[in-house]
Design a protein around this ligand. Sequence first.
Ligand code: CA
Ligand code: CA
Ligand code: CA
Ligand code: CA
Length: 324
Amino acid sequence: MQSTDAGGLTVEETFTITVTEVTANVAPTAIDLSETSIAEDAAVGATVGTLSSTDANAGDTHTYTLVSGSGDTDNASFAINGDSLVTATTLDFETQSSYSVRVQSTDAGGLTVEETFTIDVANINEAPTAIAVSRTTIASNEAADTEIGLLSSEDPDAGDTFTYTIVPEEGATSEPFKIAEGKLVSNEVFDEAIQDLYAVRVRSEDAGGLSFEQVLEITISEPNVAPTAVALDNSTIPADAPTGTTVGLLSTTDANADDEHVYLLVSGTGSDDNASFTIEGNVLKTNVDLDSSSPTSFSIRVQSIDRYGLSTETILTLSLETTP
Ligand SMILES: [Ca+2]
Ligand SMILES: [Ca+2]
Ligand SMILES: [Ca+2]
Ligand SMILES: [Ca+2]
């Protein structure tokens, strides 16, 4: 640049002009969550992950909020603490394993972007909480190794598996019970006249090695006797009876009030029509299609076996209703 005065004298000087580009603020374009999985049972306030934003303005700062909109289903179960997404409730894998939240990032200039995240709750193993046995009685005089009942466990983890052991009484010299294949089994011959109630401490250990102990009470009942007869509550089959029609319910006469019975069609005298019927539990059903062209009288032979293996057999006569 040159400056000339009134007399024509000049001076020159060089100036450097720096042009600074002032970039306008633009909205953030994406939000990132550093971790999208958290273990179940984490304390309330536990950090799921850290939030960060993609923003063309270098050095811009961002604040995060949970906002309503698509994907906000589980916002209430979480909170924002600074730039951390944290839990606002205890997460239980067995109750809900996947959560959805909607997060907004607001930059220093007030421009925003929103994004939806799926949070997976990871399963952790939890200890069993209860033990049960399917039967709590055994008859006097039964041999050792008699099955008492099937053991089962309650456990928060679906599909967990369990190993059972007897926890001996301190100072005990013998153990009246043992466990075989998940069943509580007798280890001696009981006599209700001597002792009619026992307590046995059982431990259940789950597949992950966590365990629970519970005392089960076993009652000794009167000696077993064989059942004496099988009865059917209905012996008339409807006129048109397709395969699978229920005929009636089977029951057993047995002096042992709390006994249980399994029914079978067995060969022998009176078993002529066994093939036309089938038994499911204590329900007698037809095993062929019966109609007006079928015989009208049937004879079957049914065996009832009690819990300890004693049995009786009865011949039952059935008739097919004839259409008038
Ligand atoms: Ca910005
Ligand atoms: Ca679990
Ligand atoms: Ca478990
Ligand atoms: Ca019996």
